[in-house]
Design a protein around this ligand. Sequence first.
Ligand SMILES: NC(=O)c1ccc[n+]([C@@H]2O[C@H](COP(=O)([O-])OP(=O)(O)OC[C@H]3O[C@@H](n4cnc5c(N)ncnc54)[C@H](O)[C@@H]3O)[C@@H](O)[C@H]2O)c1
Length: 442
Amino acid sequence: MAVAELTSPAASFAHNYNNANRLRSSQLYAPSSSCLSSDHFRSRYRSTVLPRITCSVNQVQNSAPVQVEAPKDKAECYGVFCLTYDLKAEEETKTWKKLINIAVSGAAGMISNHLLFKLASGEVFGPDQPIALRLLGSERSIQALEGVAMELEDSLFPLLREVNIGIDAYEVFQDAEWALLIGAKPRGPGIERADLLDINGQIFAEQGKALNAVASPNVKVMVVGNPCNTNALICLKNAPKIPAKNFHALTRLDENRAKCQLALKAGVFYDKVSNVTIWGNHSTTQVPDFLNAKIDGMPVKEVIKDDKWLEHEFTEKVQKRGGALIQKWGRSSAASTAVSIVDAIKSLVTPTPEGDWFSSGVYTSGNPYGIAEDIVFSMPCRSKGDGDYELVKEIQFDDYLRSRIAKTEAELLAEKRCVAHLTGEGIAYCDLPEDTMLPGEM
Ligand SMILES: NC(=O)c1ccc[n+]([C@@H]2O[C@H](COP(=O)([O-])OP(=O)(O)OC[C@H]3O[C@@H](n4cnc5c(N)ncnc54)[C@H](O)[C@@H]3O)[C@@H](O)[C@H]2O)c1
């Protein structure tokens, strides 16, 4: 995927979205949107032998025999890219930070449809942080991906400088500083969990290799596609150049759900609930920790004096919230998942409030809790806001919490054995516990 470096004033509105597939098959390079709109390109060149075009801002060079006409004048430019640039906006860019590259896979999917607009609005990385979005789709979703790019274009986000689309991870992940890996196959009827681990595991093995090869060496990777813990493990094992600590499996949605249920039971607004950990797998064996959680600064068990409710109703509600939502909506949670991805990123780029922590599925090697090494397990984390995190040490355990953690740990170890062929650890052996389910499954 070729990317034009957009430095001119027009760049703040120039969204450079290229179809990597089209690029490969047509030898077309970098049709910078300030040179030519994607729509224009699509309609004009669809069934033609394309010229090799290199294009920087305000410049088009044809280095191969030209077989079709290049646009001649400004009248042929596309929508927003034809606007006269406002000089005041140029002044503003001087105070903005250096552009960051954010790769998103499954970019034409439901979760991304919420997330991308949050990223582009500045809600996640701040109002002075320009971003480039590198959107990875599947072959089946490439048309939809262009639709997403058009909607981003129509949104006129001042912070969104580049949009590139493609289906080759080695192109799309180039120089990525954040990789939000959402794209995965859903578990359809008749697909065994072991099969899903294999099908999606292959996607994450490939994407790990691509990140290893072309992303920024300190890229932060957030795995959302399910089964996200084991997918994150596969991804990190295939990316040995990237620190294992940089990989996260999203369990923030589960944390948010747990906070909501505790707030409801205690009759307080949810901002009063803190220190909630989700332990383990993003599956129905996950453990929402009410022993260490607090309501208005007090231990939950001192506010909600109902152990039966905490151990059974609360725990199961959080574990099965995804399934309950599917029953109502007829589809899985997308908006609240996108919100939780935003929360998860913000937790890494802003300092954690004093005394609090957040949950993330992270690599267990060196953990202080005695959890098996070499898996991706949701645990309590704290960040200074530099993109990194440390595990929280001051955690209490009781027999209930230990036994629940052991169950989700056993499940993740079984998942790991099941994908040994994808992590470079030999022959896979699948002995998954029968009750292994994703939160969205009934
Ligand atoms: N961790 C969590 O908390 C959490 C919560 C909700 C959903 N999820 C998971 O997130 C994933 C996406 O959910 P969704 O609702 O957006 O699904 P979706 O089906 O709407 O979108 C997925 C998109 O990914 C694309 N895709 C498939 N394989 C791809 C590949 N190899 N590379 C790039 N793109 C690919 C598909 O074409 C599709 O456009 C699912 O696996 C879902 O189970 C996780």
